[in-house]
Design a binder for this molecule. Structure first.
Ligand code: 5HM
Length: 184
């Protein structure tokens, strides 16, 4: 019997299990969330505590083999803020091309993220929303599952929600493919 060889080399940051992107046969993920409201007015940058959930999610999904598109990182956490005419076009195009859309709608609501959630759902993308426990979300976020493929992931801290987030991504992608029925 010949010894088996892994299809791809493992790296230090790769998860022990099969990376989710490969398992699902997808590659790109758009990560949306509050931006302007998180900028420190004095520096124009996102302070470290505001960056960390995004940095964690980016690292997590990249470790799972996704090509992650995220404006906060692209715009250097505020240091290279794009003009509206520039970022709007790029974000819509990246969402159009994405295999999965993940967002923190924000509480208070992020206006830009809500537009992006509208685009992603209208494009028929698998949508996963991270909803902080104890916060209120607008009716159209609460009801989006009636018109789009949406999975909600309640969280208290983002790190603790990663296993539920992966399960939600898996469900959303398979639901869009029509291989499992939507949750009741
Ligand atoms: O309205 P708010 O800034 O919270 O909107 C955030 C969302 O809009 C992010 O998900 C990001 O993809 C997009 N955005 C961007 O790409 C927003 C701004 C500033 O509003 C920006 N680039 N400069």
């Amino acid at each position: 019997m010949t010894p088996s060889t892994p299809a791809t080399p493992t790296t230090a940051s790769a998860p022990a299990t099969a990376p989710l992107a490969r398992e699902l046969g997808v590659s790109t993920l758009f990560l949306a969330g509050p931006f302007l409201q998180l900028l420190d007015p004095a520096t124009g940058r996102m302070p470290e505590p505001s960056r960390s959930p995004f940095a964690l999610l980016i690292e997590h999904f990249e470790g799972h083999g996704f090509d992650v598109h995220n404006a906060h990182r692209r715009e250097a956490w505020g240091a290279e803020l794009m003009a509206p005419d520039e970022c709007t076009r790029i974000d819509q195009e990246e969402i159009r091309k994405a295999d999965v859309f993940v967002a923190l709608p924000g509480a208070p609501a992020s206006p830009g993220t809500h537009i992006e959630i509208g685009w992603a759902s209208a494009f028929g993308k698998p949508v996963v929303l991270l909803l902080e426990r104890g916060r209120d979300y607008t009716f159209l976020v609460q009801g989006l599952n009636t018109v789009a493929t949406v999975e909600h992931v309640p969280y208290t801290d983002v790190a603790g929600a990663l296993p539920a987030l992966d399960a939600a991504v898996r469900r959303a992608v398979t639901r869009v493919r029509g291989t499992v029925p939507p949750a009741a």
